[in-house]
Design a binder for this molecule. Structure first.
Ligand SMILES: [Zn+2]
Length: 427
């Protein structure tokens, strides 16, 4: 794009280098991970922390316009890449492009067939393992905060709050400045390992007036509040220079064309999101698959997804989960990659499930292991890209979910398949 070479963009990039250098400053552990290589063995993961900033309903293309116009200088400091939300249409992962399902995916790495928050409903409770739970279970001394403008998010995670997985839960009642102030305070003066801060203004303005200058102004305002939070983090690092913070800025959904008032449906514009990240990303974010198995939405499914955020946080913090019982749908956006684009499709007549995936461009020679509901069922070479599970005679008739996980390069990926072996006699 023309603006890429404009003076404003160049200045933005220069600022980016400085800011990222600040955020990465500290000991050797602060170096960005080389894509495709594990971090050095001497990393002190207790100093690895993460900040996820949610920007509700911020449209990727409108953010790009704002960046080009110099109206989003803080988010522009990050590497911004196109992603998608809403799962794959017509598959078990499909979910409405509403905020409830979207934020729950962002905070669990799972689609709604696992997390069960299928709508904007504060009475729904997340059923998947949240990032808060996974961090606390890995190390009970690690602390998390969830500070939200849209209170429903913390309602959906009420169990995580009750069980002590979220140490600080703040509802800001639709007041974004409250989020900026509380998140800044938590970063500067608190002792948190994971902070989620959610801003709502782009969504509210979008619903009210659509894609008009006021929507761009909302992006600009929230970008300024993101800047306030990043300044607090910068100040923290002046006295905590040994900490290495992953920072991600991301929305929960796009907006429907032509006017941007609505969302919730399955259109390219509503499904398109972005992930802005302060670290060197791997191929999952930087090299979208050109020919995904489902080529719908102009190949959108070749991109990373909002489900990839939790695995990225876990990878950064050095949290490894049991591959046999892995229930996270996304894959990490930094460091080593295992398989990508994992799907598992039932053939109800043949009583089988066909798994498909993409392997790394450069095979490592390590074996690839497949698990079904916690049990190893196959070990294949790392060049394999498909497996047919026919050992399903004991699965009961009717709709049944089966969890598959595939481990390669010590990085697991999972997919929750839905079989319905009595499909022919079901009304
Ligand atoms: Zn909305």
């Amino acid at each position: 794009m023309l603006a890429m070479n404009s003076r404003g963009r160049w200045l933005g990039l220069a600022a980016s280098v400085i800011t990222v250098a600040i955020l990465l400053s500290g000991c050797g552990g602060g170096q960005a991970i080389n894509a495709g290589h594990p971090p050095p063995a001497n990393v002190d993961f207790s100093k690895r922390k993460a900040l996820v900033i949610g920007v509700d309903g911020m449209q990727y293309e409108k953010l790009q316009e704002a960046i080009t116009a110099g109206q989003a200088p803080n988010i522009a400091k990050f590497h911004v890449a196109k992603t998608y939300i809403g799962g794959i249409v017509g598959s078990p992962t499909e979910q409405a492009t509403y905020s409830g399902p979207g934020w729950t995916t962002i905070l669990t790495g799972a689609w709604a067939n696992r997390h069960k928050v299928t709508a904007n409903d504060g009475k729904l409770r997340n059923q998947a393992d949240s990032v808060f739970k996974l961090i606390k279970n890995a190390d009970a001394t690690r602390r998390a905060a969830s500070i939200v403008s849209w209170n429903t998010i913390n309602d959906n995670f009420a169990r995580d709050i009750d069980l002590g997985y979220i140490d600080l839960a703040e509802k800001c009642n639709d007041v974004d400045q409250c989020v900026a102030d509380k998140a800044s305070g938590a970063l500067r003066f608190g002792d948190f390992d994971f902070v989620f801060a959610h801003f709502d203004e782009p969504d509210k303005t979008g619903h009210a007036v659509g894609f008009v200058p006021a929507y761009q102004a909302a992006i600009q305002i929230v970008d300024g509040q993101v800047g306030q939070v990043l300044t607090a983090l910068h100040r923290r690092q002046q006295t905590h220079s040994d900490e290495d913070w992953l920072v991600i800025v991301t929305p929960d959904h796009g907006r429907a064309l032509p006017d941007g008032h609505h969302h919730g449906g399955q259109t390219l514009s509503e499904k398109t999101t972005f992930i802005a990240i302060n670290k060197t990303a791997n191929a999952q974010l930087n090299a979208p698959v050109k020919d995904p198995a489902d080529s719908s939405f102009n190949g959108l499914y070749g991109n990373a997804t909002q489900a990839d955020i939790v695995p990225t946080v876990l990878a950064h913090m050095g949290i490894k989960l049991d591959a046999a019982n892995y229930h996270v749908d996304g894959v990490p956006l930094t460091g080593a990659l295992g398989v990508r684009q994992l799907t598992a499709k039932a053939d109800n007549t043949a009583r089988s499930v066909t798994l498909q995936w993409r392997g790394p461009d450069a095979p490592s020679g390590m074996p690839l292991t497949i698990y079904r509901d916690g049990k190893q069922i196959a070990q294949l070479s790392d060049t394999a890209t498909t497996y047919v599970d026919q050992d399903l005679q004991e699965v009961q008739d009717g709709a049944v979910d089966i969890n598959y996980s595939v481990m390669l390069n010590e990085i697991p990926a999972a997919y929750l398949a839905r079989v319905n072996f009595s499909a022919l006699v079901t009304p």
